[in-house]
Structures are given as structure tokens and as C-alpha cells.
Design a protein around this ligand. Structure first.
Ligand SMILES: [Zn+2]
Length: 277
């Protein structure tokens, strides 16, 4: 079997054929009612659950490749994702977040941005072992007038704390507590939630104007809680059905994954033996 990073698994989760997810039955998505999520949100979650439960079925029935243009502002550009022959592969463990290239560098043109990416890769070890020294070195090497801090350039910060080995019972308890507190919130604010609870996306985007500042704040908080709930549920489904993110190599090849050079080595023994990678 083969292993992939959580980031790559999440990428697959989000590439769905929208007309197909509408056919998914939503019964028993979770043991508690998810009334606070729209049907569409629940369908996306059901698709994610299906991916972890039965990746072969998911790929043949739900998955739809979405060509992603890589964002020129980011340090890591999208290449072919890799799959690993062992859970212990060092590359697999670096399930890193992406970073934004400081605007000062971007302003110096594409060649400088490309050189900056190369430099970043060559200093990755320092970034992991001593982030502040890494930033110091960055600022000196690139003569930065406004040296950034790491938090300010962290891209797609999900806001959910990533634990090394999340425990499924703990995650489940967190989900239950969150649902309970959302139920209480609805009891205390029945009108607000009934009227706007499922339209917080529009509130956040500013297409739905809420005049009362207090109401607006509450709806923003509600929106954050829904996001948190969805992220925790995705994690829960992963831990429940495929905690190690173990997926067949042939399926991953079909999705465009390449063998990781580090753990598969230069000689592919499994191919010599005729086995599965
Ligand atoms: Zn590897």
C-alpha cells in the first residue's frame, strides 16, 4: 500500500463532480443532527467521508479533476504530488503549509521570485529547526526593508490546530461539544439563526448586509463555528475510516501522483517482485 500527506488527501476531497454529490444520501452522516449546515455543505462532507471510506468508489463516481493553476505568490508551486511506500518517510512527515512570498520580493520580478523559491528550499531545514534564525537570514540575504514574520506569510492557515497524532475519541468529543454549544446558541437567538444561520456565507462576503453590528458579529462567529465544525468532521471521517491515509498505488497513479524518490529509492524492489508499490 501507499501513503499520502493530509494536505494531498484534502486536495482530493475537494475535487468533486457537483452533479454527482447531489445524489449522495445524507442519512447517518454523523450520529448527531447537523441541522446548522446546508444540504450542500452536508453533501460535500458526505463526499469527503466517502473518499476515506472507499477511495476506489469515490474516484470512479465522485471525483472530478480540477486543474489548479499555481498561485504565483506562493513559495511552493504545485507540482505532481507524491506517494510514499512507508509511513515513516521523512518527506511524508513534512506535511508543510505553504507560504506567501514577501511582497517586496514579488515586486522585484519573476526571476527574483524564482530565485527566492530556490533559496527557500535550500534553507528548509533551518526553517524547521530555527524559524527566527531562518527569518534573519532571509532578511539579510534578500535585503528586506520589511522583514515578515512567519505567521503573516503563512498561506491557507486553516485555524484548526494540527496535532501530531489526533485521537479519534478526542476529536469526536470536540465535535459533540461544538454541536451542543451551537444548539444552545440557537436556543438563545432563535430568530437570528432561523433568518440568517444558513446564509452566513453571504454575510461574510458582504452580499447580505446586516445593519445591527451586534447581530453581524454574532453571525460572523456562527460562520466561524460552522467552518470549524466542517473541518473537524472531515478530520473525524479520516480518522475513522483511513487514519493512516493508506491508498492503493495504482489509484494514486491514476490521480497523477508520482512515486516519492526518497522512500521508493532508485531501484523499485516491489516492481521487481511484481508486487504492489
Ligand atoms: Zn516518501
Amino acid at each position: 500500500m501507499s501513503f499520502i500527506t493530509k494536505n494531498n488527501a484534502r486536495q482530493i476531497e475537494y475535487q468533486v463532480d457537483r452533479s454527482e454529490i447531489e445524489k449522495i444520501l445524507l442519512e447517518d452522516l454523523y450520529k448527531l443532527s447537523l441541522w446548522m449546515l446546508t444540504k450542500k455543505e452536508q453533501q460535500w462532507l458526505a463526499a469527503a467521508r466517502m473518499f476515506y471510506e472507499n477511495p476506489e468508489f469515490y474516484v470512479s463516481h465522485i471525483y472530478q479533476k480540477v486543474e489548479k493553476k499555481s498561485d504565483p505568490n506562493l513559495v511552493y508551486t504545485a507540482g505532481s504530488p507524491a506517494y510514499h511506500s512507508t509511513k515513516d518517510c521523512e518527506v511524508l512527515k513534512q506535511d508543510y503549509v505553504n507560504y506567501e512570498i514577501p511582497p517586496e520580493i514579488m515586486g522585484r520580478g519573476d526571476d527574483v521570485a524564482a530565485a527566492f523559491r530556490e533559496w527557500w528550499k535550500s534553507e528548509e531545514q533551518l526553517l524547521n529547526s530555527n524559524p527566527s534564525r531562518f527569518l534573519e537570514r532571509m532578511s539579510i540575504r534578500w535585503l528586506l526593508k520589511n522583514p515578515p514574520n512567519l505567521q503573516s506569510i503563512t498561506a491557507d492557515n486553516s485555524g484548526i490546530e494540527e496535532r501530531e497524532n489526533p485521537d479519534i475519541a478526542e476529536v469526536e468529543a470536540e465535535i459533540d461539544a461544538l454541536i451542543q454549544s451551537m444548539n444552545e446558541f440557537r436556543r438563545e437567538n432563535p430568530v437570528l439563526i432561523k433568518e440568517y444561520g444558513k446564509r452566513t456565507f453571504a454575510v461574510r462576503k458582504g452580499t447580505l448586509k446586516i445593519d445591527d453590528a451586534g447581530d453581524r458579529r454574532m453571525l460572523e462567529k456562527w460562520d466561524e463555528q460552522k467552518d470549524l465544525l466542517k473541518r473537524k468532521l472531515r478530520l473525524f471521517f479520516q480518522l475513522r475510516f483511513n487514519p493512516d491515509l493508506e491508498i492503493g498505488g495504482a489509484l494514486l497513479e491514476a490521480l497523477g501522483f508520482k512515486k516519492c524518490k526518497r522512500c521508493h529509492g532508485s531501484i523499485d524492489f516491489s516492481a521487481l517482485l511484481g508486487g504492489d508499490a
